[in-house]
Ligand binder design. Structure first.
Ligand SMILES: NC(=O)c1ccc[n+]([C@@H]2O[C@H](COP(=O)([O-])OP(=O)(O)OC[C@H]3O[C@@H](n4cnc5c(N)ncnc54)[C@H](O)[C@@H]3O)[C@@H](O)[C@H]2O)c1
Ligand SMILES: N[C@@H](CCO)C(=O)O
Length: 346
């Protein structure tokens, strides 16, 4: 029986959700997935850090109060976040990286991924920054060190669109995609349709664990822009940079605009899209669009996301599912570990 030793880098909503899954389901995974998980380290800027080579009690971690330096309350814990020591020296086989997404330079998460990969440790991450901004370099580093770099949760949370499009649609020739790729902004638009004010809807999305640390990234389209870059580079072999993608958000859509759209049988949606052009180049954008209610993406409500892949052989293939949420995104980390087990497991 394989036991994976995991260190959690960032212990906010997603990695706490992952600890919750371990607490509730580890015994079940032994039967259904053929492995179990031992959490051997946690490090978080706010909570501190801890290493326990014999394993930490996942239930105890889930119950940890969200207080500055809280990990110091556990035996052997420290109020300081010794990120490098936890990543390199906790004895982990896999690092689960879930710190803040930095849409500007992807740091410090990219450095965390480099430390792990250079040390021969697999990385699973839900952080969009390292992949959108440094994906090619990190994938090459993983290959050189014969370890995995997996990031299914970076796009559409627990809904497995990256693997689905790369593996199950291989040969169908994806030519482009359009989708609702941000749970927070879609939640805000849905709540505004039901009469809630923009700012109150953003606060609700934060409370539900959907929003980025700075929700400007959600409502101004920056988060979708990272996801468009990730999907276009993965599926269309594009080499897009963030600056190649024209980007605007939903903050200028008023309650009146939404009411007017409803009266006309239309809905506002924040759409990220990319298409291969006749000359082989890829054009991508993020913008709010007014869709007729008959459009397949118009009825996608709340934090649900959906993406429609335009394929040469099948036409449109549309996938919809959770686009944000703590447990939903923690599931993506589990699916990455399953992929590692399939490719590298004994
Ligand atoms: N929440 C979601 O629905 C969701 C979905 C998909 C992807 N993501 C991505 O997953 C990541 C984690 O999301 P979350 O909701 O858990 O965020 P969060 O804000 O709840 O948690 C992030 C944690 O990282 C810690 N952190 C930040 N910088 C750090 C550093 N330099 N060193 C150590 N710890 C640091 C913070 O203290 C915080 O506890 C983000 O990159 C987010 O964009 C989140
Ligand atoms: N803040 C992001 C999390 C998922 O990447 C969203 O709302 O979609």
């Amino acid at each position: 029986m394989t036991e994976y030793k995991i260190a959690l880098v960032g212990f906010g909503g997603v990695n706490r959700g992952f600890a919750q899954l371990v607490a509730d389901r580890n015994a079940q995974w032994k039967e259904s997935l053929g492995f179990t998980i031992k959490i051997v380290g946690v490090t978080d800027l706010f909570l501190g850090s801890i290493v326990a080579k014999d394993g930490l009690d996942a239930k105890q971690l889930v119950a940890l109060p969200i207080e500055k330096g809280a990990l110091a309350q556990l035996p052997g814990g420290n109020a300081e976040a010794f990120n490098e020591a936890v990543i390199k020296h906790s004895g982990a086989d896999i690092i689960a990286e879930a710190t803040f997404t930095n849409p500007v330079d992807g740091e410090p998460a990219t450095t965390f991924c480099r430390w792990a990969l250079e040390s021969g440790i697999h990385v699973v991450t839900t952080n969009k920054g390292p992949i959108a901004l440094h994906g090619a370099e990190l994938k090459a580093l993983a290959r050189r060190n014969q370890v995995a770099f997996e990031y299914e949760g970076a796009v559409m949370s627990g809904t497995p669109v990256i693997r689905l499009a790369k593996q199950a649609l291989a040969g169908a020739n994806v030519q482009g995609f359009e989708g609702i790729l941000n749970g927070t902004s879609n939640y805000v638009l849905s709540q505004m349709k039901d009469g809630l004010a923009f700012n109150d809807a953003v606060v609700q999305a934060q409370q539900l664990g959907y929003a980025e640390a700075d929700p400007t990234a959600d409502v101004e389209g920056f988060d979708v822009r990272l996801k468009v870059v990730i999907l276009a580079n993965e599926l269309l072999n594009a080499r897009l940079n963030v600056s190649d993608v024209a980007c605007s958000g939903i903050s200028n859509i008023s309650a009146q605009d939404i009411a007017q759209a409803s009266a006309n049988g239309e809905s506002w949606k924040l759409i990220g899209s990319a298409d291969r052009e006749a000359d082989g180049s890829v054009r991508a954008s993020v913008e709010a669009r007014l869709l007729p209610n008959s459009h397949p993406l118009a009825g996608i409500a709340g934090a649900t996301n959906a993406v429609s892949f335009n394929t040469e052989l099948l036409g449109a293939v549309t996938v919809s599912g959770p686009g944000a949420g703590r447990i939903e995104t923690a599931f993506a980390l589990l699916s990455d570990i399953v992929a590692i087990h399939t490719a590298h497991g004994k």
